[in-house]
Each structure stands twice: as structure tokens, then as C-alpha cells.
Design a protein around this ligand. Structure first.
Ligand SMILES: CC(C)(COP(=O)(O)OP(=O)(O)OC[C@H]1O[C@@H](n2cnc3c(N)ncnc32)[C@H](O)[C@@H]1OP(=O)(O)O)[C@@H](O)C(=O)NCCC(=O)NCCSC(=O)C[C@@](O)(CC(=O)O)C(=O)O
Ligand SMILES: [Mg+2]
Length: 307
């Protein structure tokens, strides 16, 4: 898996035309920010926002989180200028909105390579997170996920997706089920991360928490956010619970015992433990370690020896 260890649970949008919001970015505890030049910025502020954002990114040198810039789509009057102006300030990458086809992402890849040559930085420095936000994007998701080694994650944008489908977005989210599944399959098949869409009602924390739990259970590795108050909820929901960590450790102990007995299957509290159970336990342990909740060195032999 590309870029496996980067934790990207909470990715906060910060409007690129709001200096008061940008100045607080270093204080937020999210894993990454999407500094936005697209839909949060009105048309008459696109040029000024581009300058503000490039100054902000260039000045944010002691970074404690990843910084992605969401540019305007490349087929708008602003997309190319956004790239030219912000890349010299060295963001970690670009979030590409309305990535409907692999060709659009390939075009961005070419432009990034040209800019990297111009700036004298290594080819591949700038990462890309394409946004799947339309029926066409959903259909092309797997090709988009695999079309460039810069693509480290697929993001889903439900606000534009529901607009493209000519439907309303509901709090239950039933209308998003197929699109979310397809984005997830594409990301998992490509070995990259999957980032769920924003939840716009920042006052309704109960429904937000419910949605975060849902998308975590489905397999998303993180969520785009619109408000700093949403960050802590994502981290709480995504943190492995003590009971889950303890059980994962018991599974590892059980499979070691099983191997000693010359078998790949064993019973733990009446439940079968076999290779896929061990893989899930290993994943839980790695997640706990990466979030500083556990110190443990996992032996790959234990995980893969089960085959
Ligand atoms: C939602 C709301 C208006 C609520 O305002 P409220 O005033 O009720 O917020 P409060 O909580 O009262 O703010 C308390 C304090 O936090 C500060 N503060 C708030 N938000 C902050 C923030 N984001 N960054 C830094 N600072 C922030 C604020 O300035 C105040 O600071 P201070 O005055 O000093 O106390 C506000 O949050 C906001 O503008 N959010 C960003 C909106 C945005 O970027 N939209 C575009 C991206 S989505 C999209 O495009 C959909 C998508 O494309 C893609 C996808 O899904 O991925 C699709 O198609 O689906
Ligand atoms: Mg959108």
C-alpha cells in the first residue's frame, strides 16, 4: 500500500479567502487541511485568495499537519493559475475537485511534473487527492484511483454528487450508499486511502458522530470536515477502543499457540480464529500503535505465516 503510515483521519477545509481562519491552522489538531480555492471562495475573490493562500502555505514552514490546496477544476478559468501560484509555496499536495475522469487526473499529473522540474524538486513530490463528486466520477473511480502514483487517496464529495444526481442529501445518507461503496472499492483495490465527504450541519453533533461511525465501519480512513469542532469527534470515533486492542492482542497470542500446535485455526472464547481474523487483529494493533495507544512490535511471520 502506498503511503501506508500517514494518518489522515481528519481533513479540515479552511476557506482560502479568510485570513482569520487561515491564521489558526497551526493550532488545529486535525491530521491535514484542505485550504480551499474552489467553492468556499466567491468568484470576485479568486485572484486575491490565490495570493493569500500561497503566502500562507509558504509561511507555514514548521508544519504539524499536511497541507493540501483544493484548486479550482482545470477546465475553469482559475485552475491553471491556482497551480502556478500555489505550487512554489510547496503544499504537500493538491485536492482536485470534480475529478470525473482519469484523463483529468493525468493532465494534473503532467502539469505537476512540469512544475516540479521548474522548481527543481523531485518528481512526485506533490501528491494528489481526486474528489469523486458526480455520477461519472463514481463510475470511473477505479481508473481514477490507479491512473497516477501521485494519487494517495480518493475523496468523496456528497454535496456535488447529490446535485449531479438531482436528489437531496439526507442525514441518514441512504442515497449515498452505492457511491460510497464504489469509492471505497476503488480505493481499497488501488491500495490507497478513502476520505469521506463533509457533514454540513455543524450544530448537529449527534448526527455527525453517527455518520463518522458509519463511514468508519464501511472502511473510510478519514473524513473531510468543515468546522474545527468536528475534529475531536472524528479522532474519538477512529481511536481503537481498549476492548478492541485487548481482543486483537489475544488473537495474536492465540494464533501463536495454534502454530505451535501445528494448526492454522484455533478457538478463542468459543470463536474461530484463522488467517483473516489474524489480519484484522494485526491491523487493529498497527492502528493502535500509530495513534500512540500501544507499544508493540508485530512480527510479520505471525500475520502472514497463517497461509
Ligand atoms: C460551516 C461554517 C460556515 C459554520 O460557521 P459558524 O460560524 O457556525 O462556525 P463556528 O463554529 O461558530 O466558528 C467558531 C470559530 O471557528 C472558526 N472556524 C469555523 N470554521 C472554520 C474552518 N473551517 N476553518 C478555520 N476556522 C474555522 C470561526 O471563524 C470561529 O472563529 P472565531 O470567530 O475566532 O471564534 C464554517 O465552519 C465554515 O465556513 N467552514 C468552512 C466551509 C468550507 O470550507 N466549505 C467548502 C468545503 S465543503 C465542499 O466544498 C463540499 C464538497 O465539495 C467536498 C466534500 O464533501 O469534501 C462536496 O461537493 O461535497
Ligand atoms: Mg464539491
Amino acid at each position: 500500500m502506498k503511503d501506508e503510515l500517514s494518518l489522515r483521519r481528519s481533513l479540515l477545509y479552511v476557506p482560502g479567502n479568510m485570513p482569520s481562519m487561515l491564521q489558526n491552522v497551526p493550532l488545529f489538531l486535525c491530521d491535514a487541511v484542505f485550504v480551499d480555492l474552489e467553492d468556499a471562495v466567491p468568484l470576485n475573490e479568486k485572484d486575491a485568495a490565490r495570493i493569500l493562500v500561497s503566502r500562507f502555505v509558504a509561511s507555514y514552514v514548521d508544519r504539524n499537519k499536511e497541507v493540501f490546496v483544493r484548486i479550482n477544476a482545470l477546465d475553469t478559468p482559475w485552475g491553471h493559475d491556482d497551480l502556478r501560484q500555489v505550487l512554489p509555496s510547496r503544499p504537500d499536495g493538491i485536492r482536485l475537485p470534480k475529478a470525473d475522469t482519469p484523463e483529468i487526473v493525468e493532465r494534473l499529473d503532467t502539469l505537476l511534473t512540469e512544475m516540479e522540474e521548474e522548481l527543481g524538486v523531485a518528481i512526485g513530490t506533490f501528491k494528489v487527492i481526486p474528489s469523486i463528486e458526480s455520477a461519472l466520477g463514481v463510475i470511473n473511480a477505479i481508473k481514477i484511483a490507479r491512473c497516477s502514483s501521485r494519487v494517495i487517496a480518493l475523496a468523496f464529495g456528497a454535496e456535488d454528487y447529490t446535485a449531479s444526481m438531482e436528489i437531496e442529501r439526507t442525514k441518514g445518507g441512504e442515497e449515498l450508499f452505492h457511491a460510497r461503496a464504489r469509492v471505497l472499492w476503488a480505493a481499497k483495490a488501488a491500495g490507497i486511502q478513502a476520505i469521506d465527504t463533509i457533514f454540513a450541519d455543524v450544530g448537529d453533533m449527534d448526527s455527525f458522530r453517527h455518520e463518522v461511525q458509519l463511514i468508519k465501519n464501511l472502511g473510510f480512513t478519514g473524513k473531510s470536515l468543515v468546522n474545527p469542532r468536528q475534529i475531536a469527534v472524528v479522532h474519538e470515533v477512529f481511536a481503537p477502543k481498549q476492548g478492541e486492542i485487548d481482543y486483537a492482542l489475544q488473537v495474536i497470542e492465540a494464533i501463536i499457540r495454534a502454530r505451535e500446535m501445528g494448526t492454522g485455526v484455533i478457538s478463542l472464547d468459543g470463536k474461530m480464529v484463522d488467517a483473516p481474523v489474524v489480519k484484522r487483529a494485526a491491523r487493529m494493533i498497527k492502528t493502535a500503535v500509530s495513534q500512540g495507544l500501544l507499544e508493540y512490535e508485530l512480527d510479520d511471520e505471525v500475520i502472514y505465516g497463517a497461509h
